[in-house]
Design a protein around this ligand. Structure first.
Ligand SMILES: *Cc1c(COP(=O)(O)O)cnc(C)c1O
Length: 222
């Protein structure tokens, strides 16, 4: 199916309060421009270098989301333009994002990645760790970042019951963390759900879905 049609099909099924991040990783600029020309402006990449290259040559009203694991030494390359960093899972990374945001006179919005999957390979903090960090003195000094929500990735499995359990865990973590309101922390986003499970994620409370292959087709990593 053409990109424009897939995009419109998915958008027509999303409730108004859910933001669609079109995950364009590995896809060429020509594919992304098809989605852009169909009116879509929010794209997600998982490699900083790829996102930087695409940002340089594409229209400047695109909102670029970093959805992948972030290496501290690469934050500087995206600090001038990134609109939301989904995968923040430690205080040192928050401190680096803050430092780079200061250089550009910006406040960079971040989501705390919570580990909800049972697989060891998935990054993220435990809920307890997240609240400890948000309540810490060191965190309160970070005036150029703002934590606006949480992000999670469910286990890669066909077991819907397990995925649902993990999504509900993220929702209840969000509900708990939401009670903490500080100058640089005010949660209103739950980023969960991908091509295979975004409808279930929305049923469990997602407000932001990250959909790639259902829009752009299968990825080829070669
Ligand atoms: C690739 C990716 C997605 C999109 O996956 P699809 O199954 O293609 O929709 C969503 N979130 C993250 C973090 C990803 O890396």
């Amino acid at each position: 199916m053409p990109i424009k049609e897939s995009l419109q099909n998915i958008k027509s099924t999303l409730p108004n309060h859910v933001t669609l991040v079109a995950v364009s990783k590995t896809k060429p600029v020509s594919d992304i421009m098809e989605a852009y020309d169909a009116g879509h402006k929010v794209f997600g990449e998982n490699k900083i270098q790829d996102m930087v290259e695409k940002h340089e040559i594409m229209p400047k009203d695109i909102e670029w989301h970093m959805i992948g694991h972030v290496q501290r030494n690469k934050v500087k390359y995206m600090a001038s333009f990134v609109s939301l960093i989904h995968g923040v899972d430690n205080l040192k990374l928050l401190q680096e994002i803050n430092k780079q945001a200061i250089k550009h006179g910006r406040v960079i919005e971040c989501l705390i990645q919570i580990k909800i999957a049972s697989e060891d390979s998935k990054f993220g903090m435990d809920p307890e760790e997240a609240s400890e960090i948000i309540l810490s003195e060191a965190f309160s000094e970070l005036k150029n970042i703002k934590v606006v929500g949480v992000m999670g990735m469910a286990t890669f499995t066909h077991d819907k019951i397990q995925v649902e359990k993990e999504f509900k865990r993220l929702k209840s973590t969000f509900d708990n963390l939401k009670t903490i309101k500080t100058e640089n922390c005010e949660l209103n986003i739950i980023s969960m759900g991908m091509s295979g499970d975004y409808q279930l994620a929305i049923d469990c409370g997602s407000t932001m879905v990250r959909v790639g292959s259902s829009i752009f087709g299968a990825r080829n990593y070669n």
